[in-house]
Design a protein around this ligand. Structure first.
Ligand code: ATP
Ligand code: MG
Length: 263
């Protein structure tokens, strides 16, 4: 495999019983790239992340992280050493402080970055000795992000890193992601926010009902023209998708075209 490829996914399918949550997606993330998965609730974003970080088995297809196959046991061990993960539903030890939590995770990996510097990086210095259970939702999120970075990972998965953050904390998070990119870390993030994808991502993949319906640089997929309301109309059935991209979902006459199969 090309050394410059960090994540490679081919025809990936994940079924939960009768439900096809991920429906044959393929994409490549290059090393040092910020790749954003954008899509509505239930689109298949978290499922894809969970497969890539070896928390969930795939149904069919292929996925590799830094060249290691997610289905291979040895490969999974290698992947886990090299990645950081911010899960969508992060939780940690209530009765440990911010610092104690991070020390715990660093010990688990057996290596990692300086904890005090990490605490500063996520702007939690004032809360260093606060118990996790006493942090507000946004501050908990910051600790979650610190946890994802504690082992100095080559590839970081951030599943909705800014949901629940106030505008300033959101900006801080964006700067943090930009900093990661500057130091050559590959970032795979999921978001519902088009402005976030536009600001941060080198490549955006728009996913709906388990399928990638547009992919490319933010200008190429015309990220500015997508609106969450367009997805909101789907209610699990059909969606009307707006796009003026070359892969337009509009008909030649310029009318919006229905797309995305019912599930
Ligand atoms: N463990 C599971 N068992 C059964 N169905 C599941 C399971 N996990 C997810 N699903 C279903 O798979 C689909 C995709 O879910 P997923 O969590 O991947 O979506 P998402 O894009 O991350 O959504 P959100 O933006 O709400 O986080 C949804 O219909 C969801 O209900
Ligand atoms: Mg999710």
């Amino acid at each position: 495999m090309d050394m410059e490829v960090a994540i490679e996914v081919k025809s990936l399918v994940k079924k939960y019983g009768n439900l096809t949550a991920v429906d044959g997606i393929s994409f490549t993330v290059h090393k040092g790239e910020v790749f954003a998965f954008v899509g509505p609730n239930g689109a298949g974003k978290t499922t894809t992340v969970e497969i890539l970080v070896c928390l969930r088995n795939l149904t069919s297809g292929e996925a590799r992280v830094n060249g290691f196959n997610v289905q291979d046991r040895k490969g999974q061990q290698e992947i886990r050493k090299r990645i950081g993960v911010l899960p969508q539903d992060f939780n940690t030890f209530d009765l440990l402080t911010v610092k104690e939590n991070l020390i715990y995770y660093k010990k688990m990996y057996g290596h990692g970055i300086d904890i005090d510097k990490l605490i500063e990086l996520v702007d939690l210095k004032d809360k260093t000795n606060a118990l996790y259970k006493n942090l507000s939702g946004g501050l908990k999120k910051r600790l979650a992000i610190a946890t994802a970075l504690v082992n100095d990972p080559e590839v970081v998965f951030l599943d909705e890193p800014t949901t629940g953050l106030d505008p300033r904390a959101r900006r801080d998070m964006w700067n943090l992601v930009k900093g990661l990119k500057e130091q050559g870390t590959t970032v795979f993030l999921t978001t519902h926010y088009m402005d976030e994808a536009e600001t941060l991502a080198d490549t955006v993949a728009i996913i709906n009902s388990g399928k990638i319906i547009a992919m490319g640089t933010p200008p190429r997929v015309n990220i500015k023209t997508w609106r969450n309301e367009d997805f909101d109309r789907q209610k699990g059935r059909k969606a009307i998708i707006r796009s003026a991209s070359p892969n337009s979902f509009r008909s030649k006459a310029g009318k919006r075209r229905r797309c995305c199969r019912s599930s």
